[in-house]
Ligand binder design. Structure first.
Ligand SMILES: [Zn+2]
Length: 278
């Protein structure tokens, strides 16, 4: 089956059993089965630091105003927690029923939202920001999703998005190993065989094109950190069983923490604004 690129319409080429690539705009898509949930542990520190960075940028935009924020796929609630600590009006959401009910106990205004929306979904409110923290790349039918999100946005509302980059060092290196026949890192990157695999991989340019096609303009472009100084051992040990290998790799990651500032960036962090006049 030949599929077209959702961004530029070019025919996709097969990379392996489950990955296809557009050779015009470099968009990657997988045929893995979408699902819910998160399974990576040990990255709390880097995530919380990244969330602080996101919140600081929102505060810079808003100065003395009190923006309303909706997070899609709040998972374990770290972003909600950080917003609450900083007295920010935030609504969480989850697609997975079990996770939704767990989250609602801690954050009472959590909603059950699964994207793309079901036909009879009633939008309940409008927001100044919709935030996707490592969630967008897990979704299907992105064109439809971007259209549906407009229902939730106030005038000049913004979408904040962070996701792993296909131009990043980690992706490039895993891809290189995959070409040599060492596929486990590449498969892990796509979260193959985990409950919620990645369905797409973007770079800065094709992500912007996707949003532009749906009437959104890029208003901020930056990056987030991939690794922290702490917690790497635990994170690695959830994938690799050998303690010595984990120790060596986590030492490399410790050094990488300082080098990541100058290397090709692994996490894209963009903000798009919907302008209804487009
Ligand atoms: Zn393309």
């Amino acid at each position: 089956m030949m599929d077209e690129c959702i961004i530029c319409g070019t025919y996709l080429k097969k990379i392996n059993k489950f990955v296809f690539k557009c050779h015009n705009c470099s968009f990657y898509k997988s045929t893995l089965k979408p699902g819910f949930g998160r399974e990576i542990e040990g990255i709390e520190e880097v995530r919380i630091n990244n969330f602080k960075k996101i919140i600081n940028i929102i505060k810079k935009y808003e100065e003395n105003k009190k923006p309303k924020i909706l997070e899609i796929g709040s998972g374990d609630g770290f972003f909600l927690e950080e917003c609450k600590n900083q007295n920010i009006d935030v609504t969480g959401s989850e697609a997975d029923k079990e996770q939704f009910e767990k989250l609602k106990i801690r954050f009472s205004n959590t909603k059950k939202i699964s994207l793309p929306l079901e036909k009879n979904f009633n939008e309940f409110d409008k927001f100044d920001y919709i935030v996707f923290n490592d969630v967008f790349e897990h979704l299907e039918n992105l064109d439809l999703v971007l259209d549906q999100l407009k229902k939730f946005l106030n005038l000049n509302g913004k979408i904040i998005i962070n996701l792993p980059s296909s131009s990043g060092l980690i992706f490039k290196f895993s891809e290189f190993l995959n070409r040599l026949g060492i596929s486990n890192f590449y498969n892990r990157l796509w979260q193959k065989d985990l409950s919620s695999p990645h369905l797409s991989y973007f770079n800065d340019t094709n992500l912007n094109m996707l949003f532009k096609n749906s009437g959104y303009n890029l208003v901020y472009s930056g990056y987030l950190d991939t690794v922290s100084k702490k917690g790497n051992f635990k994170r690695l040990n959830s994938t690799i069983n050998n303690k010595l290998v984990c120790l060596i790799l986590s030492s490399i990651l410790f050094l990488f923490f300082y080098f990541q500032k100058i290397l090709p960036k692994d996490i894209i962090f963009h903000i798009f604004e919907f302008n209804s006049k487009n």
